[in-house]
Design a protein around this ligand. Structure first.
Ligand SMILES: [Zn+2]
Length: 300
């Protein structure tokens, strides 16, 4: 009977068909619309109820035994949340929460992982300004090269990312804002979503920096500025938050305490686990919904 005190918060990023010739590390951020639909139908058949994060926060506070509740969350603010996921949530009357990083709809986000994917797919070799050289002829080499360069980019100064990237990729001419224009939600779409009572808009900072690398004032700024910007557009308070990256290296007690001070209702990490009564509602765990781990997650 240990399942009696458990809610599941699922985490998604993109809902979009898989594309040929794209690379696994980026494709893995997607589930297909068909899969989302099947997931919802199966969960309902198994007796799960989909609820909003507002409802979950009340349940976690006041009810000691709850079971078979699911909250659906989507991170960052990809356009397909509106074009592909929203119609499915609407069809099945499923509440959902989108955590917005405001530079996404501001079209100022550098979605370098898509620029890098394009570069690796279109080239058989890549040379960087730090005199490193990578082969990317076969699919396997392309994925290896993608992962190695990804590691290099993750270690760049994130506050000067545009200049740092241009310097690192000085042999190539890359439009670093290309995928921001193509793949992220517009403010108008966010407003329309927010006007539907099924949808909650949450905060996910301005810049998606690793919060543990910032001082307390910088963390407060990143969260408050984003939430104010969102509130200006949707005319509703932002009450829920997700830590960027959300793993143990990106958020810990310091960050949890800051969010608690800001009097938000809940905050979620990307650490894998269930939500239980009595736990700190500023470090709620989530389950990543991807097509590979589906069976394992729904039966646990
Ligand atoms: Zn994120």
């Amino acid at each position: 009977m240990h399942n009696l005190n458990i809610c599941k918060i699922y985490m998604l990023h993109r809902v979009f068909p898989f594309e040929n010739n794209k690379l696994f590390p980026n494709e893995n951020m997607k589930i297909t619309p068909e899969f989302l639909e099947k997931f919802i139908i199966d969960a309902k058949e198994k007796g799960y109820e989909f609820i909003s994060m507002d409802e979950l926060s009340q349940i976690l506070k006041y009810k000691t035994t709850v079971s078979k509740k699911i909250v659906m969350t989507l991170d960052d603010g990809y356009k397909d949340n509106y074009t592909h996921a929203y119609p499915i949530f609407k069809k099945y009357n499923v509440p959902f929460l989108i955590y917005i990083t405001t530079k996404f709809p501001d079209k100022k986000a550098i979605l370098w992982w898509y620029n890098l994917e394009e570069l690796v797919i279109c080239n058989n070799e890549i040379s960087l300004n730090n005199s490193s050289y990578f082969k990317c002829f076969s699919e396997e080499e392309k994925i290896n090269t993608f992962m190695k360069i990804r590691e290099i980019i993750m270690n760049l100064d994130q506050k000067n990312l545009y200049d740092e990237l241009n310097n690192l990729f000085n042999l190539y001419s890359i439009d670093w804002y290309k995928y921001s224009k193509l793949l992220t939600l517009d403010w108008n779409e966010i407003l329309e979503l927010s006007n539907d009572s099924l949808c909650t808009i949450g905060g996910h900072t301005v810049n998606h920096f690793v919060l543990s690398k910032l001082n307390k004032d910088e963390i407060i700024n990143e969260i408050n500025l984003a939430n104010k910007t969102i509130t200006n557009f949707i005319k509703k308070d932002v009450k829920h938050f997700a830590y960027p990256f959300g793993d143990k290296n990106s958020c810990g007690k310091k960050e949890f305490d800051v969010v608690k001070e800001l009097k938000l209702l809940t905050a979620t990490t990307t650490i894998s686990g269930h939500a239980r009564h009595g736990e700190n509602i500023y470090e709620l765990r989530r389950l990543m919904l991807c097509e590979g781990n589906y069976i394992e997650n729904t039966n646990s």
